[in-house]
Design a protein around this ligand. Structure first.
Ligand code: ATP
Ligand code: MG
Length: 199
């Protein structure tokens, strides 16, 4: 790098630093965050679980509700339950090949009742509602009820909702929304889902 280039670079970085510092100084509100992670690409649930691990790593309290009956056992669950993280998992009903509306609704409602209690408990720092978006899309759980529970939750509690096709009202309510775009996926090239990677 020439002297001139180095100087230019330094000036640019200084400007970036000033802008970032100003934003940090402006962000002073202390409150829980509602995050929605949606889109068709891979990485939604793993991101949610990553934040759960982050929370637990600080000695804080996280809980997980999973709104899809897994086809495979869940690696994160095996680990996090050992670390004392409570899970509510839909034991029956909804899978990707869902058939029976009545049993699906009942199963979804059971898990939702537990989630709702967690959303009223101010000792819980983080609630992960994994794959909740589908329950709303299929009308297994009432959207108004979800919105109300989210709005009335303890002020410091954070919530993460994952799943494709998040309803607009959920993304509007959220503080942070990330959309994971599918660029490509190994599955499309015929590579089988792998334990320790896909589940
Ligand atoms: P992950 O749990 O790996 O973070 P995800 O939560 O973003 O994935 P889901 O829609 O919940 O994705 O799908 C769960 C399973 O489907 C995972 O095994 C994942 O690898 C796989 N999957 C995710 N995205 C795609 C895709 N675009 N095409 C095919 N399979 C996918
Ligand atoms: Mg997922």
């Amino acid at each position: 790098m020439t002297e001139r280039n180095a100087q230019k670079h330094q000036q640019r970085q200084q400007k970036v630093k000033e802008q970032v510092d100003a934003k940090i100084a402006a962000a002073q509100k202390e409150q829980g965050i509602l995050q929605v992670i949606t889109g068709n690409g891979k990485g939604k649930s793993t991101s949610g679980f990553g934040t759960v691990a982050r929370c637990v790593g600080h000695g804080m309290n996280a809980v997980v509700a999973q709104f899809i009956k897994g086809m495979w056992e869940c690696g994160e669950r095996n680990l996090l339950e050992k670390a004392g993280v409570p899970f509510a998992v839909m034991q029956t009903g909804f899978t990707w090949e869902t058939q029976n509306r009545e049993t699906d609704t009942r199963a979804a409602q059971k898990t939702w009742q537990q989630a709702k209690q967690w959303l009223q408990d101010d000792s819980i720092d983080l609630v992960l509602l994994d794959e909740l978006t589908y329950m709303v899309s299929y009308d297994y759980i009432d959207l108004d009820e979800v919105i109300l529970a989210l709005q009335n939750r303890p002020k410091m509690q954070s919530v993460i909702i994952t799943g494709r096709g998040a309803h607009r009202r959920l993304t509007e309510l959220a503080d942070t929304v990330s959309e994971v775009r599918n660029v490509k996926h190994a599955f499309e090239a015929g590579i089988k889902a792998r334990a320790g990677f896909d589940y």
